[in-house]
Every structure is written in C-alpha cells, then in structure tokens.
Design a protein around this ligand. Structure first.
Ligand SMILES: O=c1ccn([C@@H]2O[C@H](COP(=O)(O)O)[C@@H](O)[C@H]2O)c(=O)[nH]1
Length: 237
C-alpha cells in the first residue's frame, strides 16, 4: 500500500530545520518564509527553549511538522514518549534505529497518528568518527543494516544521508520514506556535517524529503534560498 506520507509537491519535500534559539525567532522565520515552505522540523534546541507549543501552532497554521526527538531509551519509556508525541499533530518523529526501541515505538503509536522515522547514522559522522566509537564498518554498511532493521520493525521511514539513499531505497522498497539531512547547495559550507549532498543529487538518489537548516536559516535571504532549493528539487524530479 502506498505510504500516507508520500509528498505531493517539490515544496512539500523541503523540511526547514528550525534550529533557532527562541520560539519567537522560529515564528518570525516561518512568517518570513510564508508560502515558500510548508514543512518545518522542530528539534531539541527549540523544544528546550520552550518551543514545543510551536508544534501545534504550526499545525494550526496548515504547516506540517517533523518533531525530531531522536528517542532512545528502554522500551516502556520510548512507548510513553511516542504516545505523548502522537497527540501533538506532528507528521513525523524520530527514533534511533535500535530494533527494540523501534518495535516499542511502532507498537505504542496510535493508528493513523505520527509517522516514525529511524535515525540510522547521523550525517555528522564519518567512517573515522564511527571507528572512534567502536564501529569498524563504514557508515554506508551500518546505515544499510539499520535500514533493514527499521523495515523489519515496521517503521515508516529512514533518516540517512544522500550518499546512502540509493542503497536504502533498494532495501526498503518504494513505500518507506527516505528523509535526508546533510543537504548543501553546490559550494555551500558543510560545517559539522560529514556526509553531504546537493538537493538535486539527494532527490535523484531516491530521497523523498530533504531536511535543510543553515543553508536557509542562516542565509541573507532565506526566502530566496528556500525557493532555489525547491526549484532544484523540481528540476531533479
Ligand atoms: O543524521 C541526521 C539527523 C538529523 N539531522 C538534523 O537535520 C538538521 C540539519 O541542519 P543543517 O543546518 O542543514 O546542517 C539539524 O536539525 C540536525 O539535527 C542531521 O543533520 N543529521
């Protein structure tokens, strides 16, 4: 069955990460972006600064919200977290791709509520960063294994870099969503990201959604930056 989370337009595929210090700063940026963007990611910086009510506010304004909580805990706690998140109206939330945590999340999630995405390997991690924390496999191999686990657990989608999107697509088939951070327009500064791709390349590799933070939020003209990314996605489709 096709996923209820399938995006309809290039604009719907662009998720702007609201990694900003205050709810007011986030709200101002949403106002400024207007109809250029319809999907926002709210993560730890904003939530810990009192931004959780913004989730329902944005949903009330007709926006979609990805509440990026990257849950990982004992099964009972993950289940409780997912149950609480389910009432907020977000389209997606994230669970680290550990089989027990993912199974607990899938079991706890009320039918028809929030979509569950598996965070495979953070896009800020290189192969050498992984070796530092005891993994000898390259990132691509670990992402593939975790994508298989996410499929088996019944998750709705995978968070991975553009570099792994094509392989992940082969593993999970057409109906699981692939959500790709580490997006940088050609020539853009990678910053702390290690596995990066341009919007066009990530879409061509099979990503359904692109998560874009600083290339839009730190741009001199965020509306122009967002429009350029949406246009690049449109061309790649
Ligand atoms: O593997 C991951 C998972 C999540 N993220 C999040 O995406 C944005 C990216 O922001 P940029 O400013 O475009 O780098 C950010 O909120 C991360 O928490 C990720 O980058 N990688």
């Amino acid at each position: 069955m096709p996923s209820p989370f399938t995006p309809r337009t290039a604009r719907d595929r662009t998720i702007v990460a609201l990694d900003l210090p205050t709810p007011r700063a986030a709200s101002d940026l949403v106002d400024r972006l207007g109809d250029a963007v319809s999907f926002y990611k709210v993560g730890m910086q904003l939530v810990f600064a009192g931004g959780l009510p913004l989730v329902q506010e944005l949903v009330g304004r007709g926006k979609q919200v990805f509440l990026d909580m990257k849950l990982l805990d004992i099964d009972n706690t993950v289940a409780g977290g997912v149950n609480s998140i389910a009432g907020l109206g977000a389209t997606f939330t994230t669970i680290h791709a550990y089989p027990k945590a993912m199974r607990a999340a899938v079991e706890a999630r009320p039918a028809g509520s929030v979509g569950l995405l598996a965070v495979t390997v953070l896009t800020s991690m290189s192969d050498s960063d992984l070796r530092d924390v005891g993994y000898s496999a390259p990132a691509a191999e670990l992402v593939a294994r975790r994508a298989e686990d996410a499929l088996a657990a019944g998750m709705d989608g995978i968070v991975c870099s553009g570099e792994e999107a094509a392989v992940v697509r082969k593993i999970v088939g057409p109906d699981m969503m692939i959500v790709t951070p580490g997006i940088r327009p050609a020539g853009g500064a990678a910053g702390d990201q290690r596995r990066v791709m341009t919007p066009a390349a990530a879409i061509s590799a099979g990503a359904d959604y692109l998560v874009v933070g600083r290339p839009i939020t730190a741009a001199a003209d965020p509306v122009a930056a967002a429009n350029a990314i949406v246009a690049e996605i449109e061309q790649a489709l």
